[in-house]
Design a protein around this ligand. Structure first.
Ligand code: NAD
Length: 285
């Protein structure tokens, strides 16, 4: 069996058409959705991510501002910038590009973002809301994975989903979302004994562990759906994921590539979260 490729870039393009219509409807109501991205320091990868996010906003007519602070900015300066953005009625979403320089307390910075503008869904209120199944911002990567599965028509109810990785921004919210969709979820991590024994039982395998090509074909159940969140730069300059794509696609039924899989879906969900916030602003005003 050769798996069908889950083309995240194409799905994201399709979603953006719908988003552009939502932006037009908001414009008719006098509202232009706005996202502010705060970048501290000059990490090359972060600069690329921030540029991609800003371009995605512009592509659907959404306003986006990038606030660049130097690598030596103090925590107080970062917090002051966030306070100003919290108070700006025309900004619907605030995102702080992580990681922050080591002298800044990431948790304090994330918690300083107004809960209603926390479009990354990292604040306590939003983490709690997801865990309790209440409305709130859902982190973009796991939301993008579910959107991708929905687009492919994967009926999650009753399936066994295995998530590899338990980070706060991917693995844990991923497991909660899949549980909320009535999948039976196993959450694996770096201390899991015999990872392959778990992954081989997965109908849906979501890998977000950060190990290049660590999932081989022998770790995938025939016919499984494989979603690869990992992203790594290889020695030859190309990108790869946590799954060995060429090998796993001979076993899986559906598989997301790297690049062009989860990455574009993550950015699409950032737009979706910001639009959701702008539509709430439209109702309030
Ligand atoms: P992280 O380092 O915060 O967490 C990794 C998790 O994987 C940990 O919970 C750890 O316990 C687990 N893990 C590590 N090695 C393991 C192993 N050998 N077996 C089982 N579990 C193991 O990483 P993260 O922020 O969750 O990101 C994971 C990967 O996804 C990275 O490659 C990152 O670059 C990528 N990522 C991609 C996107 C995207 O939009 N495509 C978004 C976020 C993260």
């Amino acid at each position: 069996m050769t798996a069908v490729r889950l083309d995240g870039a194409a799905i994201a393009r399709e979603l953006r058409t719908g988003f552009a219509s939502r932006v037009e409807r908001l414009a008719a109501a006098g509202i232009r959705p706005g996202l502010s991205v705060v970048l501290v320091g000059d990490d090359a990868a972060s600069r690329v991510y921030v540029r991609n996010k800003a371009q995605a906003c512009e592509s659907i007519g959404m306003r986006s501002d990038v606030h660049v602070l130097g690598a030596d900015a103090t925590e107080a300066q970062v917090l002051a910038r966030i306070a100003a953005l919290n108070g700006d009625a025309e900004i619907d979403g605030i995102l702080v590009q992580l990681p922050l320089p080591a002298h800044i307390d990431e948790h304090a910075v994330v918690e300083a973002i107004a809960a209603g503008k926390d479009v990354d869904g990292f604040r306590r209120e939003n983490v709690g809301a997801l865990s309790q199944g209440r409305p709130g911002f859902v982190p973009c990567t796991p939301r993008g994975v579910v959107a991708m599965l929905d687009h492919a028509g994967v009926e999650l109810r009753g399936l066994h989903a295995v998530v590899v990785g338990r980070s706060n921004i991917v693995g844990k919210p991923m497991a909660q979302l899949l549980t909320a969709r009535d999948a039976t979820v196993t959450l694996c991590h770096s201390r899991t004994v015999d990872l392959a024994a778990h992954t081989r039982r997965a109908d849906v395998l979501v890998v977000a562990a950060g190990g290049p090509k660590m999932i081989g074909a022998d770790m995938v159940k025939p016919g499984a759906v494989v979603i690869d969140v990992g992203i790594h730069r290889q020695a030859d300059g190309t990108l790869c994921g946590d799954a060995d794509y060429d090998a796993c696609r001979e076993v899986a039924s559906l598989i997301s590539p790297v690049p062009g899989g989860v990455g574009p879906m993550t950015i699409a969900m950032l737009l979706a979260n910001t639009l959701d916030a702008a539509e709430r602003r439209a109702v309030r005003t």
